[in-house]
Design a protein around this ligand. Sequence first.
Ligand code: FES
Length: 212
Amino acid sequence: MVDNADPPVPPGNFVPLTSLRLGRPPTLAWHAALPANELEPGTVRGVLIGDVSVQLANVDGQDVAYHGRCPGSALPLHGGMVDGAVLVCPWHCCRFDLRDGRRLDEHRPDGNLEHVALSLDQDELRIGIPEAGCVKRALVACVGNVLRRDDGFGVAVAQELGEGLPSGVDLIETGIGGVAIVYKLMEGYDTLVVVDAIHCGAQPGTMVVLER
Ligand code: FES
């Protein structure tokens, strides 16, 4: 049966999710990291580019680069053990697949290693760091807890955004507590977007953006 009903009309001030994008994509400044032949298969090397810590690894001949902090904490991955294609964090032994950065022991939206741009230029590995003035890292914190039967708006937004966010943008579901946001912010972000439902006197479904 063909449904000829008109599509639902969004409420006033409705902002489609797809229109929420960072204003300006970061441009990268490239920095020499180390000679490619110094990164042997099955090894990990930590390098510091300015104040950005990076973990370089060679997995089955393929070079990869990740931010040097353990996801979800401010602690460094430096000193972690490598077991085949798996990196084991030196602090609480969480395990990550170095081929794609995926966390192996627990699924969390903020749990994967964060990629860093990497290139090979005349036998030298180079790291791409966003230039000053660009939005370097943004955190989208989705507040809500369906188990507690609150509005669940943040949870729904997190599911909608999924893992399709651009590089440099991380997503967390915070439940109803603010502590998770505070811990996550210790990793260093220049932009925080908090997604939640509020009473503001407007019609249900109205999108309100508070900026400072
Ligand atoms: S800090 Fe890495 S597993 Fe806890």
